[in-house]
Design a protein around this ligand. Sequence first.
Ligand code: GLA
Length: 453
Amino acid sequence: MRKYLLIFVAVFLSMSATAQKFDQLAKTPPMGWNSWNKFHCDVSEALIMQAADAMISSGMKGAGYEYIVIDDCWQISRDENGEIVPDKDRFPHGMKYVADYVHSKGLKFGIYSSAGTVTCQRRPGGFGHEYQDARTYARYGVDYLKYDWCGSTTQDAKSSYTNMSSAIKAAGRPIVFSICEWGSNKPWEWAANVGHLWRTTGDISDNWNSMIDIFNKQKDLARYAGPGKWNDPDMLEVGNGGMTTEEYRTHFSLWCMLASPLMAGNDLQKMTPETKSILLNKEMIAIDQDSLGRQATCYRDNGNYQIWVKTLSNNEKAVCLLNTSDEKKSVLVDFSLLASIRGGGRGFGGPMPPAPAGGVPGMPGAQGAAAQGVPPAGLGAPAAGQGVPPAGQGMPGGMGPGGPGGQRGFTPLTLENYKVRDIWEQKDLVLKETSMYVELLPHAVKVYRFVRK
Ligand code: GLA
C-alpha cells in the first residue's frame, strides 16, 4: 500500500513539475509579423502601429497573418520594484497603448524577452522576474511571447522555460509561448507541454545558404510537430532583398511544407508585387495551416534533388520537388506513384536511408536517369515507412494496420481519385500520361497538391 502511495506521490510531483501551458492555442502554426529580420533594434511605437495598418492594407491579415510581434529592444531597464521599463523615447505611450492599437485592428500582439539575465541586445532579461513579467505582459494585453536564450549562462533550459510557462499560466492570460533557445537543448524532446513552438536552429540570415542549411536540419524532426506544438525553423526573410524571387518562393514553400510558424520579417509597408505573390499565396498557406498539423517528411533525398510529402486532412497531400543545385533540372515525375504514396505521419521523420548504390532510377544523376526515358516507376524506392503498399496488398477500406510508423486509416489512392494542382501556377495539371517531365529551375521548387475529386 505504502509503495502505491509513494508511486502516486511521485507521479503527482512529476506532473506538477511539468508546466500546463494554455493548450487551446496555436492549433495551426502561428502566422504573423516580427520586427527583427528587417528592423533589428530600430523599433518604435510608430513602426509597430504602421506595421499593424500595413498588415491589413497589404492583404496579409486577410490571408491569415494575425500576430504583430515586437522583438528585442523595446525594453530598456527595470525600475526600483523590478518592473520592466519600456524605452520611453521609442514607446512614449507605453506597451499597453501599442497592444490596444493592434487589438483595435483585429490583430494580436506579441512581445520579446529572454530567459537569461539579459536579452541578445543586452536589454534586461526575464531571469528572476518570470512571474512579475508574466503579470506585466498580461496587463499589457500580450498574446504571444518570444522567449530567447541569451544571458542564460549555466541555467537549465527545460527548467527555465518551464518556469516561464508556469508564470504565464499563473498570470491567467492565454499567451502563445515561443521558445527560442536555438535548438541547443533539443526542445522538441521536452517542450511540447511547455510552449507552443520552439526554434530548432540558430538565426536565419537573408541568403540562400543560410535558409537551405536550416531547412536541411529539419529532416528528423517531423515526428515532434503537431497542433499546438511546432518546430520553428525561424522567421521568414521573404521580401528582404538577399535572395532571388525564385529562392524566396522556395523558402516560403519549404516553410509551409514543414508546417512552420509563418512570421513574416519584411517591411509590410513596402511589399513588391513579387513579395505579395509569395506571402499571400493562399493555396500555399492552406498547406501550412492544414488542420492535421503534419510536418512534411523527405520521401526521397538524392542530394540536390529531393521529394517531400506533407499529409493533409481529407486524405490529401502536398508534394514538393526541390532542386537545391545551381543548375536547371528536368525530372520525370510519376504522378500516379506520388498519388499512391503515404505521406509522413507522426511515426516518420527518422533519418533517411541512403540512396541505393548507383543512384536511384529516374533521379537526375542516376544511371538510366529520367532524361533517358525511364519508365514511370522511376521515382525511386520510397524511404522506410513511407512506401506504396506492395501490389495486391492494399489496405481494404482504408482500415489497414498502418505498419511500423504508418498511418491508420490510410487509403491508397490513385490518380482516378485525385486531381493534381500546381500551387504556384495556380492551375490543375492536364495529365495526358501519368508521368511527365517537369522543369525545375536552379534553387526552385514545384509544389503539387493532390486534391480529392
Ligand atoms: C536572437 C534570436 C533572434 C532575435 C535576436 C534579438 O539572436 O534568435 O531571433 O530575437 O536574438 O536580439
